[in-house]
Design a protein around this ligand. Structure first.
Ligand SMILES: *[C@@H]1O[C@H](CO)[C@@H](O)[C@H](O)[C@H]1NC(C)=O
Ligand SMILES: *[C@@H]1O[C@H](CO)[C@@H](O)[C@H](O)[C@H]1NC(C)=O
Ligand SMILES: *[C@@H]1O[C@H](CO)[C@@H](O)[C@H](O)[C@H]1NC(C)=O
Length: 378
């Protein structure tokens, strides 16, 4: 708009400006107004956002029909922190926790453990929660209270339900792209996951080279998964909605990490691809968008994916994400893995579980699933 206005104005200024009299004046005024609007866009946005923060949202009132374009305007979110939150905090890593309105205890356990950290290994980190609209009016009011008190909730305009998880991911991608371009990495984590930003940053640092600038889509990669054609399953995806017999490889939705460039490409690919009915599972959806964007998933054994991992201090210190952790255990495990020395040096832990083989020997090396990693010391 602005560019076009100036383009139209320009020739008139030079040639016939004096004859037309008011036209150049009007053009100049329009251009200045547009410039002012641009300068104050953040201010206007925070005003709009604070308005919506203060409105008691009736459940269902703000719901818009599903579309594949990731929402990026403040008014597309019913609740969110200040649009300047990332500009101020400049997080290196932003972690977006997908959570249901009723899971207040899970959110609190995360705030009291890994989500409460603001600096890890000398880098700024930030954790925010993604929710949809609660169908229960009481719950909806509690969410507004929680958002006011904690300032870490982002609420998209869709009904919060299991089958709408993909819409939550879409909201998350849009929000992070629009309001947190400062972050080098974005992690998506479920609210029953014990996430370990320190282990992730350590891993990213070790593998710094192609990732820092390039595309990274990291997690536990599921290979050659076939769509669920069972109509009774909660992941049912009929051939009409997704004809191919296999999904592109994708990272388990329990926890995955995107670099800034991968986030941008994947969210742009999401805008270009229509949503099917029923929606594909959220992690499959991200995998589909990643493939469309030419971003390949990278596998890391430090992400547990779906299955539970038996507790062991050394193992949990080394893992980036562990699934199926109820709130009480999260507090307990977190306290234990950060308890006083002795750490893993000189101890031997061995798990025969297929999903996590962690062994620390007395040289301080840790072997996870046969791959050697350095011990994480705080
Ligand atoms: C990254 O690795 C370098 C060299 O090993 C180290 O000096 C630095 O502290 C590490 N940074 C983080 C964030 O772990
Ligand atoms: C998903 O959200 C949309 C609104 O965006 C709503 O119309 C629809 O009923 C929801 N689906 C389910 C199964 O909750
Ligand atoms: C510890 O692990 C490292 C790496 O695999 C290996 O080189 C070293 O010999 C091991 N030390 C002992 C005492 O097992």
């Amino acid at each position: 708009m602005v560019g076009r206005g100036l383009w139209v104005c320009k020739p008139r200024f030079g040639k016939r400006g004096s004859r037309l009299g008011v036209l150049p004046f009007l053009c100049a005024a329009a251009a200045s107004a547009a410039l002012l609007a641009l300068l104050f866009v953040d201010f206007i946005e925070s005003w709009v956002t604070s308005m919506s923060m203060n409105t008691v949202v009736e459940p269902h009132a703000g719901i818009i029909p599903p579309q594949s374009v990731p929402p990026t305007r403040p008014e597309e979110f019913l609740l969110m922190p200040s649009p300047l939150v990332c500009q101020r905090a400049k997080p290196y890593l932003i972690t977006m926790v997908t959570t249901a309105p009723a899971n207040q205890r899970a959110r609190q356990a995360i705030r009291d453990t890994w989500g409460g950290e603001v600096e890890v290994r000398g880098l700024r980190v930030m954790t925010l929660f993604m929710v949809g609209v609660a169908s229960d009016p009481g719950l909806a009011k509690l969410l507004i209270e929680e958002a006011r008190e904690r300032g870490d909730l982002i609420q998209g305009r869709f009904l919060d339900s299991y089958s709408n998880l993909t819409l939550k991911t879409l909201s998350m991608l849009g929000w992070a792209r629009r309001f947190c371009p400062q972050a080098h990495f974005m992690a998506k984590v479920d609210d029953d996951v014990l996430f370990n930003p320190s282990a992730l940053l350590h891993f990213l640092n070790k593998s710094r080279n192609p990732y820092e600038q390039g595309d990274l889509y990291l997690g536990r990669v599921h290979l050659h998964v076939a769509p669920d054609r069972d109509p009774d399953s909660k992941h049912y995806l009929p051939a009409g909605a997704y004809p191919p017999s296999v999904f592109p490889d994708y990272c388990s939705g329990t926890a995955y990490v995107l670099s800034r460039s991968a986030l941008l490409k994947i969210s742009l690919a999401a805008s270009a691809s229509p949503l099917s009915t029923p929606l594909p599972p959220e992690d499959v959806f991200v995998g589909l968008c990643a493939r469309a964007a030419g971003v390949l998933p990278s596998h890391c054994p430090l992400f547990s994916g779906g299955p539970a991992v038996p507790y062991g201090r050394c193992c949990y210190q080394a893992m980036v994400s562990i699934h199926h952790i109820p709130p009480r255990e999260m507090l307990h495990f977190w306290a234990d893995i950060h308890s006083s020395p002795p750490y893993c040096y000189g101890t031997l832990h061995y798990y025969t579980d297929t999903y996590c083989r962690c062994r620390a020997n007395n040289t301080g090396m840790l072997i996870v699933n046969g791959k050697e990693t350095q011990l994480l010391m705080r």
